[in-house]
Write a protein that binds this ligand. Structure first.
Ligand code: ADP
Ligand code: GN1
Ligand code: MG
Length: 383
């Protein structure tokens, strides 16, 4: 018991040391960006699984200016320069469209702050890559949809995003993560991890592996239609979680789509599907009480209405038909990815507790089971 306490003490101290080292690195990086005023504060911010995000504030006379400073996870994003070029091109394009529509580009899309060198990326001596955005004030970022109206709003945001980028030249974008939504390949990587089983975790995940194996034949259903040219390649966001939309705090209308790291050519049904996977789930992504995980049909319908209100005019009949399958595939894929990371030792997604990735996997699978029961009600015709 006493030894356990000592171990915990050492672990806590190491974590505190690591977090203070991270803050120091962020403060050092912050000095390189062309912000107004002088340093005021640096605080870890948000709930992302991938990058390290900080709210960085400066003071100029008595005025506080706020920025988002991010250390890009370059184990995940192997080509930070290419990724930043994608973001630069897309935000410049969106800024023009927003202005044409009479909107406010500084609130409705991300604004990059250049570094001293004039570049939009700063590489520190430890080889970390940093970027800085204007912090968009007076917004809400939701982890769960509190009402169908909120979720309809996020549907509008992602639908409008896709619609505004309809005439963006997709060939100018690089693939920030190749094969990001290649679901069959993701499954193959899971099978590889099962074979290696470096931490002897496979035994604990047998029911989940069997569940996925029973559905393995469905995994290439969208990829095949895309290869046949029946689902068009578009410029898509590819990570359409509810917490990647900022809402205006006063009006509670969706305001800005954020987290643009995975913008790449992709399928509309994946953007629709990933949003449903996260936001129409009645449980949080890492809930341990699986009885809470289910697909809320009112939320599903609300998102679909918002999404189609904005993107309906550009989507083909085949895309509309495949939207529910997009939701199922993205949920299967995410379950596969969480489980792979669990077996590989939690090297990709940030975890806050042991078995966190296994818990996340189980929620995805519970959601798939519920989608299968509600399949008929998910067709877009019956909304
Ligand atoms: P990750 O890729 O790790 O998910 P995000 O880019 O989504 O990182 O940022 C993490 C969180 O930071 C978001 O969920 C949001 O709460 C907040 N955030 C990011 N950019 C801004 C911004 N420009 N203004 C206000 N909040 C932001
Ligand atoms: C990650 O970066 P964040 O937290 O918005 C992941 C998504 C997963 C999601 C699961 C680049 O999203 O693909 O669906 O976690 N992003 C990347 O919560 O892998
Ligand atoms: Mg995010």
């Amino acid at each position: 018991m006493e030894q356990d306490m000592k171990k915990k003490d050492i672990k806590d101290k190491n974590a505190a040391k690591k977090s203070s080292e991270k803050i120091s690195a962020a403060m050092e990086a912050a000095r390189r960006f062309q912000v107004r005023g002088s340093f005021y504060s640096m605080t870890p911010y948000g709930n992302g699984h991938i990058n390290d995000t900080y709210l960085f504030q400066t003071k100029e006379n008595e005025k506080i200016h706020s920025y988002i400073l991010q250390r890009i996870n370059h184990h995940v994003f192997k080509d930070p320069e290419g990724l930043m070029e994608n973001i630069r091109l897309v935000t410049a394009f969106l800024r023009r469209k927003i202005r044409e529509n009479g909107g406010d580009p500084e609130r409705e899309t991300l604004t990059l702050i250049p570094a001293d060198s004039g570049r939009i990326l700063y590489q520190d001596p430890g080889d970390s890559f940093w970027r800085c955005y204007l912090f968009i004030e007076n917004t809400l970022c939701l982890e769960q949809a509190n009402s169908p109206e909120d979720f309809r709003e996020s549907g509008r945001a992602f639908g409008a995003f896709q619609q505004m980028l309809n005439d963006f030249p997709a060939s100018t974008l690089s693939q920030s993560i190749p094969d990001f939504h290649n679901t069959p390949l993701r499954y193959q990587r899971l099978l590889d991890a099962v074979k290696k089983d470096p931490l002897h975790r496979v035994r604990k995940a047998e029911p989940e592996l069997a569940f996925l194996e029973a559905r393995a034949r469905q995994l290439d259903s969208a990829a095949r239609l895309s290869a046949d040219g029946r689902l068009p390649l578009r410029v898509t966001h590819n990570d359409t979680k509810l917490n990647n939309v900022l809402f205006d705090a006063a009006s509670r209308k969706s305001l800005c789509v954020i987290d643009l790291d995975t913008i790449m050519p992709g399928l509309s049904i994946y953007d629709f599907g990933d949003a449903i996977r996260f936001g129409a789930n009645t449980a949080l992504e890492d809930e341990t009480d699986l009885s809470k995980a289910s697909l809320s049909l009112p939320l599903y319908r609300a998102f679909s209405q918002g999404f189609l209100e904005k993107a309906g005019t550009i989507l083909t009949d085949e895309e509309l038909y495949m939207l529910p399958m997009g939701a199922k595939l993205m949920t299967l894929e995410c379950g596969i990815r969480f489980l792979t990371d669990y077996l590989e030792g939690d090297v990709y997604f940030k975890i806050q507790r042991p078995d966190h990735n296994l818990d996340r996997t189980r929620v995805q699978l519970a959601l798939i089971k519920d989608m299968e029961e509600k399949w008929d009600a998910m067709t877009i015709r019956s909304l």
